[in-house]
Design a protein around this ligand. Structure first.
Ligand SMILES: *Cc1c(COP(=O)(O)O)cnc(C)c1O
Length: 383
């Protein structure tokens, strides 16, 4: 398996992802203290913890109150185990039989959401002579993974024959939990509860029930059950602009770069491919050495960087390896100075939501979208 961090630690690239582990620790503690003590906290660290580095993130989170973790791929979970993480790891999504030996050897807990997977995993567990812990994934309306809430009488009898599966949990997932209108989420919750009640009549009594992602954790306390599965919120980013706010969350991720070139433009000069920016007066342009090849949105003449605590508007198009920003109004800016393209500098902040609007995408995509060629620099966390 290829390492998520092909670069040696401290690799000197003048553009990087900065990860504030102290902010992470505070966020975890704040979320933990907002939950009733009987509700467990699972952190979703799929996609390398939304690209921040799952191993580093998971160990700090564990020290500060996270009980369990979840990944989507077996590879992500195996990598976490190989760092010495012993907390339970839930595998989201659906599995294929080729993955079963890895699940067994690394003590992972798969979600199972189809009769085919259940039967195959049961056969594998029988052959290995063990009871395989699983969580039942219930499709309550998302219509992606899971046993359909409508057709329980078709699949529940088949599950009762899977004697080597130890059904230790049951979960569902909301299609919309962070918008003001909770109508569909409440409908899903009702569907899920109906399934749970009927499961009991089949003698299936999962111990750990869970439904909430970050939006549900914040806004649907009636759906907390025994555990919540929180991903983006732990990283200090709200899933939407309208969900409930906690007293003080801090963003864990920043993207920074050093100015590596400066150009002085005369009126009429243009900048970059396609000459997308034309100077109307003399202008000073700084080059920041990161671009769409690093995950920066491929925009032109939109967006900004922060330099010396001031906004420097992006001019021209974003290249694969560079963006150009106007520093005419920051005359003391020079090569080597630090620029922030995501995060805080002085009293200013470029938020994940601002970059998401630039990319015509969602905050999740802005966090997870930074490529591995940008080094991850960790700060704090008693390093
Ligand atoms: C990604 C994911 C989560 C976490 O979602 P956030 O909105 O980041 O909190 C929870 N459950 C499942 C099934 C997921 O895929």
């Amino acid at each position: 398996m290829s390492s998520p961090h092909p670069l040696p630690p401290g690799f000197p690239r003048p553009a990087w992802v900065e990860v504030d582990l102290d902010a992470l620790a505070r966020n975890v503690r704040q979320i933990r203290s907002d939950l009733p003590s009987h509700v467990q906290l699972l952190q979703v660290v799929k996609d390398n913890a939304y690209s921040l580095g799952a191993a580093k993130i998971a160990h700090i989170s564990l020290e500060n109150g996270v009980d369990e973790f979840a990944t989507f791929t077996v590879g992500e979970a195996v990598e976490l185990r190989n760092t010495g993480l012993i907390a339970p790891i839930l595998l989201l999504g659906e599995r294929i039989p080729e993955e079963f030996p890895w699940i067994k050897s690394h003590r992972l807990t798969p979600c199972v959401g189809s009769v085919e997977t259940a039967i195959a995993l049961d056969a594998y567990a029988r052959q290995q002579g063990l009871a395989m812990p699983v969580h039942l994934k219930i499709n309550s309306g998302m219509n992606r993974f899971g046993f359909c809430w409508r057709s329980l009488d078709d699949w529940a009898p088949q599950l009762t024959r899977c004697q080597h599966l130890q059904i230790s949990g049951a979960l569902t997932h909301f299609a919309q939990s962070d918008e003001l209108d909770k109508t569909f989420a409440r409908q899903q919750l009702a569907n899920f509860k109906q399934v749970l009640a009927q499961l009991h009549t089949w003698g299936i009594n999962p111990k750990t029930i869970h439904a909430c992602n970050s939006g549900g954790f914040l806004d649907l306390p009636e759906a907390h059950f025994d555990m919540v599965r929180v991903g983006i919120l732990v990283l200090g980013v709200y899933p939407s602009q309208v969900c409930r706010r906690l007293p003080k969350l801090d963003p864990v991720m920043s993207i920074k770069a050093r100015i590596t070139a400066i150009q002085n433009l005369q009126p009429g000069d243009t900048v970059g491919y396609g000459m997308r920016f034309r100077a109307e007066s003399t202008r000073r342009i700084a080059v920041l050495p990161l671009g769409y090849g690093d995950g920066f949105p491929r925009v032109r003449n939109e967006g900004r960087a922060l330099i010396h605590g001031l906004p420097a508007p992006l001019v021209g198009g974003v290249s694969m390896d560079a963006i150009t920003v106007d520093i005419t109004d920051i005359p003391h800016a020079q090569c080597g100075d630090e620029a922030v393209v995501l995060g805080r500098q002085g009293t200013q902040e470029v938020t994940v939501h601002e970059l998401a609007a630039l990319k015509r995408s969602v905050s999740y995509d802005i966090l997870a979208g930074w490529r591995n060629r940008l080094p991850r620099i960790y700060r704090g966390g008693s390093q």
